[in-house]
Write a protein that binds this ligand. Structure first.
Ligand code: NAD
Length: 269
């Protein structure tokens, strides 16, 4: 896609699921990719190998470069280090993908305070701090850039039993719009994608049980869950110059989940 070749992208939580697919896709489009992971160096190395294989095949002199960076986005010091290491290695940071995210299930009146704080610290505060540091760098270098937040259909659909997650993704919608408005005239575009039910490790509870998966998919107008690659394709588009006039938007990629599926059949006069 236009304008991606030679750019540098930092992807948080890139060693699995949607983040991994984004790292591979952006490498395929010719971006250098900084692959952030929190725990599993092995998964990050696997992601790196797949990204390089997809981008370069067996070519000896491949233009695409990669960097593995351990770091926890709930820790400010780790974020500063991640952004600095990326810029040191590649000379710039053009594209930030705020993908790292966690969720836990608890009745809203029983969520332990530490659990609430942890989810907000990763999903929302971490995304903001990564964006803040990226924007500082872009302004200092007078470069244009792109930030893409990996939100969720729960940016707009309330999610009982997942209050912290719901709040974090709702907040991400406003994070996207506020930054987009504030930096639109300085060449920085900020958008989000909102995946629906997607087959990744975060959803092991139903992706590993065909009966549970069928129940989930019965609620999706298109009748199936999405794939990480489908999410990554939209991210590549939004990051590219094909989307040069798009900012402040959340693109729902959900097989129709946000279309009020209960209205598929008439149930009221
Ligand atoms: P996943 O669990 O595979 O990916 C989440 C990644 O974030 C993991 O690699 C994990 O190690 C990383 N991570 C967690 N805490 C971190 C931290 N403190 N610092 C750095 N990295 C951290 O699941 P996924 O589905 O690929 O999730 C990716 C994003 O997509 C999340 O933000 C999630 O909320 C969002 N999303 C997923 C779905 C879905 O159905 N899978 C739907 C909507 C939104």
């Amino acid at each position: 896609m236009k304008g991606l070749q030679g750019k540098t992208a930092l992807i948080t939580g890139a060693s699995s699921g949607i983040g991994q697919a984004i790292a591979i896709r952006l490498a395929q489009e010719g971006c250098n990719v900084a692959i952030n992971y929190r725990k599993s160096a092995q998964e990050a190395e696997d992601t790196e190998a797949m990204a390089l294989q997809t981008a370069c095949g067996q070519a000896a002199n491949c233009a695409v470069k990669t960097l593995l960076i351990q770091g926890d986005v709930s820790k400010e010091a780790d974020i500063l280090r991640m952004v600095n290491e990326t810029i040191e290695k590649f000379g710039s940071l053009d594209i930030l993908i705020n993908n790292a995210g966690i969720q836990t299930e608890s009745a809203s009146h029983e969520v332990p305070t530490e659990e609430f704080d942890r989810i907000l610290a990763v999903n929302l505060r971490g995304a903001y701090l990564c964006a803040r540091e990226t924007i500082k760098h872009l302004l200092a270098q007078q470069r244009s850039g792109v930030i893409i937040n990996i939100s969720s259909v729960h940016e707009v659909i309330p999610r009982p039993m997942y209050i912290s997650y719901s709040i974090s993704k709702g907040g991400m919608g406003n994070l996207t719009k506020t930054l987009a408005l504030e930096y639109a005239n300085r060449g920085i575009r900020v958008n989000a994608i909102a995946p629906g039910a997607t087959i990744t490790p975060i959803n092991e509870s139903w992706t590993e049980d065909p009966k549970q998966q069928a129940i989930v998919e019965s609620h999706i107008p298109m009748g199936r869950a999405g794939t990480s690659e489908e999410m990554a394709a939209a991210v590549a588009f939004l990051a590219s110059d094909e989307a040069a006039y798009i900012t402040g938007q959340t693109l729902y990629i959900d097989g129709g989940l946000t279309l009020y599926a209960d209205f598929r059949e008439a149930w009221s006069a």
